[in-house]
Design a protein around this ligand. Structure first.
Ligand code: G16
Length: 556
């Protein structure tokens, strides 16, 4: 068997040797680069996915996307059987594999790794990989490269799920490994069913004056989210989704989308002064992130941004409110205490005001480096873990213990689904566990949860926005000769290398009231990112500019 496997790998890899000198690593969210140089990388990712499936004995996912990056870029990432990101312990092998210089070297890398990981070829279980891609023009041909990589592992099976959002693919992998039906139809059905049941459990408001506007304007970044939202819309009631930038109006992520709106803090194309007073949301290119905004000026594109930190705060408030109802009833002898450890997870990009607010709510706040793979892992340590990056990437995780606890309550003989506020609080939590995508951040399910909660609270977008006041902040991207020259520590808040750079950043930051500033190499774009906060917008703009200048001077 091994001889046959070696021969297959030698033949297939001979057609995919990497471009000499091209270096790529498994970054914040998989491999990403200009699509024209990715064939060999995606071929290797196919092999990697097949090996991962053989190792775990379960289905894995392979998604072709570069999410928020420009249209000419593309990328590939692997979803583990849980639906989460590939185990980080496999990243060094992934990096070595894509750097192979000859078919013989690739075979050697695969043999060494499979020996170390005790993966055997030709065993009773074969590898199964679910494939998905977003709407990028390069996606179709890159998917073929992935299939060729998968076919290089004898017996591995690729199932093409077609054009999907990234979270849809992660969700499908998670569900199928639990023997739950997971077609695209099932995904849409679950979203609409859980949304409608959540909204149906809202307290009846006596007046209509506090009801939020039922129309939501959506910027779909000219990406895959647009066409999927048209499907979601078909089965929803009580909310009107008006989708713009759904693909034909412009270029993917160009002046549109969550990344643009969050970084530039202006309305995306297709939105403007005529939208003043409306609640708006912006997705990114593969619909795994979302931020809300409202246009605030009748003569400019200025917006009030409601970012991932405020989405996190809204989710945390709602969940806490439900748990409070349960605990109050438990205190009156309604059953065992609900002992629930809630944790929220943020990154250094979280606005300082949001962290203060969450702590005032009595929540435990943890920090990790940028990248869903880190936040997700941390959030999974709690009974209820809510994680969000300021850029709108996040979700809520519920532990198995918590899920069994609420399930047990629902199954109590006296439980009535039309009953008390206690019972309705339980059912709301059940609906949230079904609506939110627990595999990964998902703009479609996330925005429906926001909408349901705003209806529950009877809040307008302004009320939500006023939960706390963001400290003025600014983000910049600096092009440098080699971004890997920057090494950071302490959840990316301190530069360790180049030596001396952190001292310069510190002395610049010290000049500003409430100043905070850090830099880090992006894991998805070829840039160094600068983030700054200070007490006024003017001050923070100057701070970011001067640190950007220092970075440019030192790193060239
Ligand atoms: C990806 C990751 C996010 C990360 C973002 C930016 O998002 O999934 O966790 O925040 O990249 O990363 P970096 O600052 O390293 O470039 P997406 O939406 O592009 O997949």
């Amino acid at each position: 068997m091994e001889d046959q496997q070696i021969a297959t790998l030698l033949t297939s890899s001979a057609q995919f040797t990497p471009i000499p000198g091209f270096k790529i690593t498994y970054g914040t969210a998989g491999f990403r680069a200009n699509a024209s140089v990715l064939s060999s990388t995606v071929f290797c990712a196919g092999i990697l996915a097949a090996l991962r499936s053989l190792k775990t004995g379960k289905m894995v996912g392979l998604m072709i996307t570069a999410s928020h990056n420009p249209i000419d870029d593309n990328g590939v990432k692997i979803a583990d059987p849980s639906g989460g990101m590939m185990a980080q312990t496999w990243e060094p092998f992934a990096d070595a594999l894509v750097g192979f210089q000859s078919p013989e070297e690739l075979v050697q890398l695969v043999l060494e790794f499979t020996k170390k990981e005790k993966i055997s070829f030709g065993g009773p279980k074969s590898a199964v990989i679910l494939l998905g891609r977003d709407t990028r023009p390069s996606g179709k041909s890159l998917l073929e490269c992935a299939k060729r990589g998968i076919a290089s592992i004898i017996g591995a099976v690729a199932i093409n799920m077609g054009i999907l959002t990234t979270p849809q693919l992660h969700w499908m992998v998670r569900c199928r490994n639990k023997d739950i039906n997971a077609s695209e139809y099932d995904y849409f059905k679950q979203l609409s069913k859980s949304f409608m049941s959540l909204v149906g459990l809202n307290p009846l408001k006596e007046t209509t004056s506090s009801k939020p506007n039922s129309t939501l304007l959506i910027d779909a970044a000219n990406g895959v989210g647009g066409e999927k939202l048209h499907e979601v819309k078909k089965s929803l009631m009580g909310i009107e989704l008006q989708v713009r930038n759904s693909g034909k109006e412009g270029i993917l992520n160009d002046g549109v989308g969550a990344d643009f709106v969050q970084k530039e803090k202006v309305a995306p194309q297709g939105f403007g002064p005529s939208d003043v007073g409306m609640r708006c949301v912006s997705l990114d290119g593969d619909a795994d992130r979302f931020v809300y905004f409202r246009v605030i000026s009748t003569d400019s594109n200025k917006i009030d941004l409601i970012d991932g930190d405020k989405i996190l705060s809204l989710f945390a408030l709602f969940i806490k409110a439900q748990l409070n109802i349960l605990q109050k009833m438990d205190d009156k002898g309604a059953g065992d205490q609900f002992v629930t450890r809630i944790g929220v997870v943020q990154t250094a990009y979280a606005n300082g005001a949001s962290t203060d607010y969450l702590r005032q709510l009595g929540l435990e706040v943890a920090f990790t480096p940028t990248g869903v793979k880190y936040l997700h892992e941390k959030a999974a340590e709690y009974d209820i873990g809510i994680y969000f990056e300021a850029n709108g990437h996040g979700t809520i995780l519920f532990s198995d213990t918590f899920l069994s606890m609420i399930e047990a309550r629902v199954n109590e003989p006296m439980f009535s689904s039309t009953g008390s506020e206690y019972e309705r609080a339980i059912l709301r939590l059940v609906a949230v566990t079904q609506l939110i995508n627990q595999a990964v951040g998902d703009a479609l399910s996330g925005l429906l949860l926001v909408e349901a909660i705003l209806q529950y609270m009877g809040w307008s977008i302004e009320t939500w926005s006023k939960l706390y006041r963001d400290l003025p902040s600014r983000q910049l991207k600096i092009k440098v000769a080699d971004r890997t020259a920057v090494i950071t520590a302490n959840a990316e808040t301190q530069v360790v290398k180049p030596f001396g750079l952190q001292k310069m950043i510190d002395s610049e930051t010290a000049k500003y009231t409430k100043g905070r500033c850090f830099i880090r190499p992006s894991g998805t774009e070829d840039v160094i990112r600068v983030y700054a906060e200070a007490s006024t917008q003017e001050a923070v703009d100057t701070l970011a500019q001067s640190v950007g200048q220092i970075v440019g001077d030192i790193l060239g």
